[in-house]
Write a protein that binds this ligand. Structure first.
Ligand code: FE
Length: 355
């Protein structure tokens, strides 16, 4: 049976823990440390963890890996896993962790209030939620200002239009960022039209998929590609760089937030969950709640150029402002739906030869 962790108050949860024996005595002694399995490979997050420790006295013991590595490790460790909190950087991966039973669903009014319903796992009948989005990133289109007209790339559908033949650069279709985008397209267009769209995108490619998102942006700037697909923060990082080579890249490329006239730009989440066998669920939920505080949310925006999930915060990230002109329309479909589509999408990619 899956456990569910409810937070009423820290005092109450501590009392409950003692009376129900949910935590072992040794856990109790160790509870001022939580073990963090993080796929957030951003050095700026270090400051975030330090601030939490300063505020609460709870130390963060961090284990870095990529998302696949974390899931594999959790599986291998099973119920002996020391993991308390898990941070992953894509909705399809969070969904996979959820269906594989890696998470301990929680009830937290703070998290439920802070995180919009479309940016977290579906809440169960019992009222618990397996994971919460903590920051968002948009999947945007970058184009060569010298060769491509903005109006020719302002929808995802146009990436597959014959007018853009030979221009498209994109990382592997099987990468979770693309699986999520294509999963969202499957929701918007239906599977038949999405598969045709994927096939036509393959026909428009300037080269076979290779490299990461930043490589695609640089390939546009070098003239190898006319159009690329990237997560917004990779472009923002280049925009804030003082390196002359990065400045030259930014000078050459334009950016579009696609589908502003229809369903809005595809937005993915980085999110967090309590590990299924956490020995410190109370402190772990406390950490997740800290991550939706205004200070932590601002940190996601300023440190890693993501957007907060919490609404109404004032942002002072110049790159985010410059990219959007202030704000943009994002799709409102529940992000948990994209995970459910990922197997279907992978099969479509195989059929159309999208590597
Ligand atoms: Fe990334």
């Amino acid at each position: 049976m899956r456990r569910t962790f409810t937070v009423f108050s820290w005092a109450l949860s501590a009392l409950t823990a003692l009376t129900t024996g949910l935590f072992s005595a040794s856990t109790w002694a160790n509870e001022q440390v939580i073990n963090l399995y993080s796929a957030r490979h951003y050095p700026t997050d270090e400051a975030l963890y330090k601030d939490f420790t300063k505020a609460t006295g709870i130390k963060i013991n961090r284990v870095d890996s990529d998302d696949a590595g974390i899931i594999a490790r959790l599986k291998a460790e099973g119920s002996a896993s020391p993991a308390d909190v898990i941070l992953l950087v894509d909705a399809s991966r969070l969904w996979k962790g959820e269906v594989d039973g890696m998470f301990l669903p929680v009830m937290s009014k703070t998290l439920e209030t802070a995180v919009p319903v479309q940016l977290r796992a579906k809440t169960t009948d019992k009222g618990s939620t397996a994971w919460f989005g903590l920051s968002t990133r948009a999947r945007v289109v970058v184009y060569d200002k010298l060769k491509v007209k903005r109006e020719d790339v302002d929808t995802y559908e146009e990436l597959a239009d014959p007018k853009n033949k030979g221009k498209l650069c994109i990382r592997s279709g099987s990468h979770p960022y693309n699986l999520s985008l294509f999963g969202a397209m499957t929701e918007h267009l239906g599977p038949v039209a999405t598969e045709a769209w994927l096939k036509d995108m393959v026909d428009n490619m300037a080269r076979e998929p290779k490299g990461g998102d930043t490589d695609q942006i640089k390939a546009v700037a070098s003239g190898e590609c006319g159009i690329a697909v990237t997560n917004s923060y990779y472009l923002a990082r280049l925009m804030r760089s003082t390196n002359p080579a990065d400045k030259a890249v930014v000078e050459r490329v334009g950016v579009v937030f696609p589908n502003q006239q229809s369903w809005g730009t595809h937005v993915n989440v980085a999110g967090g969950a309590v590990a299924r066998y956490s020995k410190n669920p109370a402190n772990t939920v406390k950490f997740l709640e800290y991550l939706v505080s205004p200070e932590a949310q601002n940190h996601f925006a300023n440190g890693n150029n993501e957007w907060p999930v919490v609404k109404g915060l004032k942002l002072d990230n110049p790159a985010l402002k410059a990219m959007t002109g202030g704000d943009f329309k994002s799709e409102l479909m529940p992000i948990s739906a994209v995970g459910m589509n990922q197997i279907k999408v992978q099969q479509m990619l195989d059929r159309v030869g999208f590597k």
